[in-house]
Design a protein around this ligand. Structure first.
Ligand SMILES: C[S@@+](CC[C@H](N)C(=O)[O-])C[C@H]1O[C@@H](n2cnc3c(N)ncnc32)[C@H](O)[C@@H]1O
Length: 268
């Protein structure tokens, strides 16, 4: 990080408040509030993803896994930060199997309830002989409980938006990756077309909270979701943050016209 970046980071750290949806809350309170959201929705989280996105999240996640550039017939270590129920790890393992590679997945999440739902799901998959080598650990993105240069790939899907200290989380991702390691982040983003963004806003603010109430019994959690998406930086601004963390050949790719975006880079 340059001196200017460090000063900017320190300024962010010193700020007393931070966004939590459309509200500004005390910086120290955000993690607990985010935990409350995911505690509330853990059991219905996977099904709500399909309902809200009409299945689109599956296509985005497939693109994310493809962007990892897994090499065939290798043994790979994946760290999936904010891995929740283990959805990304399961998809990565499926791809590794198809490539004749073997993949150990380390899922790190701040929220034990989300991982509990993931373990239940893993138990079902294990019965179907589909999942193994998945390790769930409680921890935060800003302070990963992992040694330096220990992973070949690090993913974070729909997690970075919830993190209190994004710069620290990106630096941790860089630290944990081996030289040659691949970073891929999937997150909601913003549509360059103002007309489409307006239509999407109308859909998300009008329909998603009531759907959350109906399917998961949690309107407020899904109100937070749509608000937090609006407050997340644009793809270009976030790309600057990925570059500032030291990732090489960093790039952003909009998905579905900018509803979501992939941000990728290499640890050299
Ligand atoms: C929207 S879910 C995404 C889960 C999973 N990656 C997926 O795509 O299905 C966001 C997850 O981020 C986790 N989370 C929020 N803040 C975090 C932090 N600071 N460090 C690690 N995980 C965090 C939440 O507990 C939750 O499981």
């Amino acid at each position: 990080m340059s001196t200017a970046d460090k000063t900017e980071h320190q300024t962010q750290q010193d700020a007393e408040t931070i966004d939590f949806g459309f509200r500004d809350v005390a910086r120290n309170d955000k993690q607990g509030l985010v935990r409350g959201v995911f505690d509330a929705v853990a059991d219905k989280y996977d099904v709500m993803n399909d309902v809200m996105s009409g299945g689109l999240h599956r296509l985005w996640k497939a693109r994310m896994i493809y962007a990892l550039y897994m090499r065939p017939h290798t043994t790979l270590q994946l760290v999936d930060v904010a891995g929740g129920t283990g959805d990304i790890a399961l998809r990565a393992q499926a791809r590794a199997r198809r490539l004749g590679a073997s993949l150990d997945a380390h899922i790190i999440d701040a929220n034990a309830e989300m991982m509990k739902a993931g373990r239940k799901r893993q138990a079902v998959q294990e019965n179907m002989q589909q999942a193994n080598n998945m390790h769930f650990t409680t921890g935060i993105a800003e302070q990963l409980p992992l040694p330096d240069a220990s992973a070949d790939m690090l993913t974070i899907a729909f997690g970075i938006r919830n993190v209190t200290d994004r710069a620290a989380a990106l630096q941790e991702a860089h630290r944990v990756l081996r030289p040659g390691g691949r970073f891929v982040c999937l997150e909601f983003s913003h549509m360059p077309s103002a007309v489409l963004q307006k239509a999407y806003d109308a859909y998300s603010f009008t329909l998603i909270p009531p759907m959350g109430a109906l399917v998961a019994g949690e309107r407020d959690a899904y109100q937070y979701l749509v608000e937090s998406i609006r407050r997340f930086p644009t793809a270009n601004a976030f790309l600057g943050e990925v570059e500032a963390a030291g990732f090489a050949r960093a790039e952003a790719q909009l998905l579905s016209g900018g509803i979501a975006a992939l941000h990728m880079g290499w640890r050299l």
